[in-house]
Write a protein that binds this ligand. Structure first.
Ligand code: SF4
Length: 300
């Protein structure tokens, strides 16, 4: 954990934070492609408006993955992956497909394929409708998606259940749900493959450390970033005040009243510069808070 002294407070930056290698690689591949061709991103490359507008400025277009019409010949599948039928539909429609699926999302597809091949009822721990989960379900339509203990009732009554998870789910929630499945279905053979990706695990572990040290945590990332929202939720569960912010201007100075240790973390689709901008803003706010404190002490 990095510490920056900015009296009257200290800014603590999580040991593991910000953009993961999977999103970074997808952005780099897209930028390389855009140097030569115009290209259409199928869905959102990253749940981050800054990333989106930067790629659009470089000539990227966007279209829904579920359709098969794009304004350019070259189309890009995002780091979250897609079902094979979607890839094939675009290829068969005559488009050149560049696939930037993260290797760790491919692991989740491979593990789900394994449980299906071995005759287990496939179950995904994840968020219904999330693009990665849609891709997994597209490949294995019999898969049930669960996120809460109540959802376990939707799993058919079978003898064998094979569970994997969306790569970005908090590992504590996943393990608790797997245990709950075993508890609710004691007669069933349950196998579980841990497909939560290590950047997600590292960020969650670093968040525990951050919350241990800080009174207030800022989780930086697009408002539509599920994993940034999850970081803020986990921080609150761990007993910190926490705010999900997109940019420095989202910070209300009164949030910092009486706070001495501020934690900063960022989602896996957040640019380094967004985190730096928040830290610089907190340093600038510290100066105004200091002069305000001086004025108060002079007046008293
Ligand atoms: S969050 Fe994990 S699975 Fe998703 S792109 Fe990043 S490294 Fe890959």
């Amino acid at each position: 954990m990095k510490s920056i002294l900015a009296p009257p407070y200290e800014i603590l930056i999580a040991k593991h934070t910000g953009m993961c290698f999977g999103v970074r690689q997808a952005i780099e591949a897209t930028e390389t492609l855009l140097k030569k061709n115009t290209a259409t991103i199928l869905g959102q490359l990253a749940h981050n408006p800054t990333v989106k507008s930067r790629l659009v400025a470089k000539g990227a277009r966007t279209a829904p993955l579920e359709k098969s019409q794009a304004p350019t010949k070259q189309v890009i599948i995002t780091a979250h992956g897609a079902a094979d039928r979607d890839r094939k539909r675009w290829t068969n429609a005559g488009y050149q497909v560049t696939d930037t699926t993260c290797p760790l999302v491919k692991v989740a597809h491979a593990k789900l394929a394994k449980v299906v091949a071995e005759g287990f009822q496939p179950v995904i721990i994840g968020k219904e409708g999330h693009v990665e989960v849609r891709g997994l379900q597209g490949d294995f339509p019999k898969a049930r998606v669960i996120l809460h203990p109540d959802d376990i009732a939707t799993i058919p009554h079978v003898k064998r259940i094979g569970i994997i998870s969306q790569t970005t789910q908090p590992i504590d929630r996943v393990r608790a749900l797997v245990n709950e499945v075993r508890k609710q279905r004691p007669e069933v053979e349950v196998v579980y493959f841990d497909t939560v990706c290590y950047p997600t695990k590292d960020r969650q572990t670093a968040l525990h450390e951050l919350c241990h040290a800080a009174e207030l945590v800022f989780a930086i990332g697009g408002k539509n970033s599920n994993n940034t929202a999850q970081l803020a939720r986990t921080a609150r569960k761990l007993g910190c005040k926490a705010y999900h912010i997109e940019a420095p201007n989202d910070i209300k100075p009164e949030w910092l009243d009486g706070i001495r240790k501020i934690g900063v973390t960022a989602g896996t689709s957040t640019l380094d510069e967004s985190l730096e901008a928040v830290v610089l803003h907190l340093q600038a706010l510290a100066k105004t808070q200091k002069s305000f404190t001086k004025q108060l002490s002079k007046a008293s």
